[in-house]
Design a protein around this ligand. Structure first.
Ligand code: ADP
Ligand code: MG
Length: 339
């Protein structure tokens, strides 16, 4: 009998991996935004057409890439962010798995222009279904400008699985909001079908919240800040009366990364206690800062789940921070909204 096991060709392996990383247009938006942030961009522009089905374009003014790096960036497990296994316990960047661009390129048509500030000329790469279609020098601004066209053009099953444009756009807005909240020091804009959805200037977190959610939030925010040697918490929670019946405006960030965490959500609810009615959800944007060696973010490819080595002390600190903030708010407070 012959042996039957074969290594899959890269294009197929990438397409399989893409199933985990790229579920819908919003996943592409998230991954590209994270790359721009890791590239130290100060301005990030997002251009969407047809809820991301036909076009997702992200333009940043970050560090850009050399010609060789630009080509390498589409290889699977190719990353500039970690080198050794130990580095996994020191991660401060959004990315580190080296999978996003390879996965996106496996299921879309890509045009990437990139230039390092120190280079005189940039490079334009065209990719399609993991294949390099063309490569040329191009005059462009420093930074990276990437167009992802016709997502899932070669995966009809995935394309058919997409929901209506308004649902897909909602997912994109969610990802955009999470990243924009985590980085008030960066200016962001978002256009959908040539209409401006957001134009956010850099400034303080309080201002970002108001610019994004509305002026009426100004009166509703309570500042929070508390720290222990293990973890620091900073951010804003909504006044108890501002709690809503629907969920959706609850945001935890750990080292600038949006995460979902039911146990910590519970800590917030516990802090509000009887000040909110059963079943209503307070607004919050809470930033936790912790030494990366105490967390594990590598649980799922999308990195929205996280483990702490001492979850209970995070719970206790959060609860204490919010309780204190709510009780001080009863006395008096004022928040500076200027940049
Ligand atoms: P990861 O972010 O996990 O490293 P990606 O596939 O998202 O993997 O990106 C691969 C590499 O390409 C990154 O490590 C980075 O060096 C480079 N890169 C991607 N996007 C950008 C960008 N917008 N600006 C500069 N470099 C980028
Ligand atoms: Mg990345």
């Amino acid at each position: 009998m012959q042996d039957v096991i074969r290594l899959l060709p890269d294009a197929i392996a990438n397409q399989i991996a893409a199933g985990e990383v790229v579920q819908r247009p919003a996943s592409v938006v998230k991954e590209l935004l994270e790359n721009s942030i890791d590239a130290q961009a100060k301005n990030i522009q997002v251009i969407i057409r047809d809820a991301g089905r036909t076009l997702i374009q992200i333009i940043d003014d970050g560090g850009g890439m050399s010609e060789t790096d630009a080509r390498m960036s589409f290889e699977r497990h190719a990353t500039s962010k970690i080198r050794h296994a130990d580095d996994l316990f020191r991660i401060r960047t959004m990315g580190f798995r080296g999978e996003a661009l390879a996965s996106i390129a496996a299921v879309a048509q890509i045009e990437m222009r990139t230039r390092r500030p120190s280079d005189e000329i940039g490079i334009l790469l065209r990719m399609e279904g993991s294949e390099l279609k063309s490569q040329e020098s191009v005059a462009c601004l420093p930074g990276t400008n990437i167009l992802v066209k016709n997502l899932f053009f070669n995966v009809p099953a995935r394309r058919n699985f997409l929901k209506t444009n308004s649902v897909e756009m909602r997912h994109i807005l969610d990802e955009f909001q999470r990243v924009a909240l985590a980085h008030p020091e960066i200016s962001f804009s978002l256009y959908h079908n040539d209409t401006e959805v957001y134009n956010l200037y850099s400034g303080k977190l309080s201002r970002r919240i108001v610019d994004m959610f509305g002026k009426n939030y100004r009166e509703q925010l309570i500042q929070c800040q508390e720290e222990t040697p293990y973890v620091t918490v900073k951010g804003f929670v909504g006044k108890p009366d501002f709690a809503r019946k629907t969920r959706g405006e609850q945001f935890f960030f750990v080292n600038d990364r949006y995460v979902k965490h039911n146990y910590l959500h519970h800590a917030v609810l516990a802090a509000y206690e009887a000040t909110i009615s059963e079943g209503s959800h307070p607004f919050y944007v809470l930033m936790l800062d912790i030494d990366p060696s105490h967390i594990d973010i590598n649980i799922h490819p999308t990195k929205t789940e996280i483990k702490f080595d001492d979850e209970r002390s995070v719970y206790a600190l959060l609860m204490a921070a919010i309780r204190k903030a709510i009780s001080i708010n009863h006395l008096s407070h004022s928040i500076d909204f200027e940049a």
